[in-house]
Design a protein. Structure first.
Length: 100
């Protein structure tokens, strides 16, 4: 039976050993990030509801904007009007000066 010979970390020139260390570190880092992201995605999918599903509490609050939008025909629903700013925007109170 053939014996499997793996490269040893203390054999070869300095360049070969350095490249072996760097390659091992990169492969290990990629594996760690892949496992960590898989774990985070799995936990997030189990905690958060699916896109089509909503809970009863969020249904009652999400129906109100739909009813308001349906009650005002002719207005675009994609744009939200911004409050108009006055041209002279002065602060309400000037900052208090410290007196020694």
């Amino acid at each position: 039976m053939a014996k499997l010979k793996l490269p040893a970390f203390n054999e070869g020139s300095l360049l070969q050993r350095t490249l072996l260390y760097v390659g091992t570190f990169v492969v290990g880092s990629i594996g760690f990030v892949a496992l960590a992201s898989l774990l985070v995605v799995t936990i997030a999918k189990s905690v958060l509801p699916a896109r089509g599903e909503t809970s009863e509490a969020s249904e009652s609050s999400s129906d109100k904007p739909a009813e308001v939008a349906a009650a005002t025909p002719g207005k675009p629903t994609s744009k939200i009007p911004r409050p108009k700013r006055s041209k002279s925007a002065a602060p309400a109170e000037p900052p208090a000066e410290a007196t020694p």
